[in-house]
Design a protein around this ligand. Structure first.
Ligand code: ATP
Length: 231
């Protein structure tokens, strides 16, 4: 049968003040599934991530493992298994790599597992995170998820501003998590690397899911239609 829905947005309406950004979004991510959320700048993708991770929608519901978490603060959703890797990496730049990891992984043994798996961080554990390259910061932000896999990982434009080789490494990490049963929601403005991993693609336009379906059904024509609003 179908795998369990780990994260679901149901009829979500959300925005900022008087500005409505999401106008009724339905989106489901299942265990071991990778959903790519694509769409032009300003379509509402980041707002959808915020609704999953911390924001309370004006209407509709956010379900985590079937529980309505719409009114829960970010830390409570995090404890329930949601890991939000925000746009702009989300590391503390003035703290060292070791200190950054400690905020998520208080257990030293867990941090050692990170260093074994990601030697690039081991060599920089005493450096301020702000001194790392953008790619290293992104890897640092994702590292805790590798040793303590969440139920669902939401990543907002993880490839933004990164070199192709680093993007490849980051999507390898995502693939590893997906294979371990983590539900993934990965936002990107353009299709690129994210399509290689995705089993489902959702196109967002003007605060709505304009089209959603299996990756196999996504071709150039479909892509153009979704981005240009020809659907
Ligand atoms: P981007 O790739 O630019 O992040 P996006 O598809 O993720 O685009 P959102 O970031 O969700 O889209 O933005 C949708 C709309 O909401 C935009 O008009 C944006 O200006 C507005 N918006 C986003 N964040 C805020 C905020 N914190 N306060 C007010 N308006 C916001």
């Amino acid at each position: 049968g179908e795998r369990e829905a780990v994260l679901a947005l149901e009829g979500v309406v959300a925005g900022y003040g008087d500005a409505t950004v999401l106008r009724g979004v339905d989106l489901t991510v299942r265990a071991g599934q990778d959903v790519a959320l694509l769409g032009a700048n300003g379509a509402g993708k980041s707002t959808a991530c915020a609704v999953a991770g911390s924001m309370t929608p004006a209407a509709g519901r956010v379900l985590l493992d079937g529980r309505d978490v719409s009114a829960w603060p970010a830390h409570r959703r995090a404890r329930a298994g949601l890991y939000l890797a925000p746009e702009g990496r989300g590391v503390f730049p003035s703290l060292t790599v070791e200190e950054n990891l400690t905020t998520w992984l208080p257990d030293a043994a867990d941090r050692e597992r990170v260093y074994e798996r990601l030697p690039v961080l081991a060599g920089r554990r005493g450096l301020a995170a702000g001194a790392l390259s953008g790619g290293e910061q992104q890897i640092l932000a994702l590292a805790p998820a590798l040793v303590r896999p969440p139920k669902v990982l939401v990543a907002d434009e993880p490839s933004l501003g990164l070199a192709p080789l680093v993007v490849e490494q980051i999507f390898e990490l995502f693939g590893e998590l997906r294979d371990r049963g983590v539900a993934l929601l990965v936002v990107e403005e353009k299709a690129g690397e994210v399509l290689a991993l995705a089993d489902t693609v959702a196109f967002m336009r003007l605060g709505r899911i304009a089209w959603q379906g299996p990756r196999a059904e996504v071709d150039d024509e479909r892509m153009a239609a979704a981005y240009l609003g020809l659907d």
